[in-house]
Ligand binder design. Structure first.
Ligand code: AMP
Length: 309
């Protein structure tokens, strides 16, 4: 099945307790597309970069089977730049710099051959832009998944509510779920958020795994793999989203049962992402490696128990 990803293609500068990078390639759209490229060869991306963005990176995406016709290159303008610094526990970070540059007036253009796409993944962007993409598709995709962040809850709440009401799956972290619902309990928060529109909600809890809810309040929990070394969590959320939606596109099954498997796949892909700085670890994985990682998740969470009574 085909997949359209919309998201930032960017420069990042990252500081973690293990080191510091200069400007490296990042962006939510980049992480999502790289991650889902392992699952579908029919993938398209809509984004925007400045003239300072390296052509070879765009060619690399193309080499991974991603149709890049929807990436606009703005002459005389600069690529979106984000910089962040992680605290010692790696669970929290401060944003040091956000330079919107080309994202400031991003008008997402959908090439004609992108029409009729089966799955849509809306990476973290202004909710009005996310909605424009939905509205510019002639047919509604089979499944629309969306990521967002606190920033948009603070400055674009009404837009966010309009967009959230149009999607099937919302993927956010625990802190964002609490802010969005004004409720501390994640179960209560999930109910409130799904009343805003989405049929399914995924709440990511970083190193504590992820929860999947549906409107009937069925819940599934996927652990995160305890890793010896976490170098850089940047993009883990986007890589999760790419693995999740990529798996759904590959299997063409959007039942709750299959979404459980997709959450495990997303978690497996995210566990690779954090092992190296930036997108490095997502460049050269193979199916056997991904299968082995999924197997580690299965054995981590699997147990049998008989009644002692
Ligand atoms: P994550 O670690 O999954 O939250 O994603 C980090 C990525 O999101 C980085 O590569 C950034 O370039 C990108 N990013 C950060 N802030 C924004 C924003 N406001 N809009 C779009 N992309 C962003």
């Amino acid at each position: 099945m085909s997949l359209l990803t919309v998201g930032s293609v960017a420069f990042d500068a990252i500081e973690t307790p293990f080191g510091k990078t200069d400007k490296i390639i990042g962006g939510a759209g980049t992480y999502i597309a790289l991650s889902s490229s392992y699952f579908t060869s029919d993938q398209k991306i809509v984004s925007v970069v400045g003239e300072d963005f390296p052509n070879e990176t765009l060619e690399d995406l193309k080499g991974r089977g991603v149709d890049i016709e929807g990436i606009q290159i703005k002459e005389g303008e600069k690529t979106f730049f984000w910089s962040g610094k992680y605290h010692n526990d790696m669970n929290s970070r401060d944003t040091l710099v956000t330079e919107l540059n080309v994202l400031e007036n991003f008008d997402p253009i959908i090439p004609e051959n992108y029409q009729g796409v089966d799955f849509l993944m809306l990476g973290n962007l202004a909710p009005a832009v996310q909605r424009q993409v939905i509205e510019r598709l002639n047919e509604r995709p089979k499944l629309i998944a969306m990521d967002t962040m606190n920033f948009w809850m603070d400055i674009a709440w009404d837009d966010l509510m309009e967009t959230v009401a149009m999607v099937d799956v919302l993927i956010i972290n625990d802190e964002e779920a609490r802010q969005m619902s004004k409720e501390y309990s994640l179960v209560k928060a999930a109910k409130i958020i799904m009343d805003m529109g989405p049929k399914y909600l995924i709440i990511k809890k970083g190193e504590h795994g992820a929860l999947l809810f549906d409107k009937e309040m069925n819940v599934f929990f996927a652990p995160a793999l305890p890793l010896e070394e976490v170098f850089d969590p940047t993009g883990a959320g986007d890589t999760f989203a790419g693995g999740f939606v990529g798996y759904l596109a590959k299997t063409d099954d959007i039942s709750f049962e299959n979404m459980k498997r997709a959450v495990i796949m997303g978690s497996a892909m995210a566990s690779f992402c954090v092992e190296k700085f930036g997108t490095e670890r997502l460049q050269n994985l193979d199916g056997a490696e991904i299968d082995a990682r999924v197997e580690s998740f299965v054995s981590l969470a699997h147990f049998q128990m008989e009644s002692v009574f």
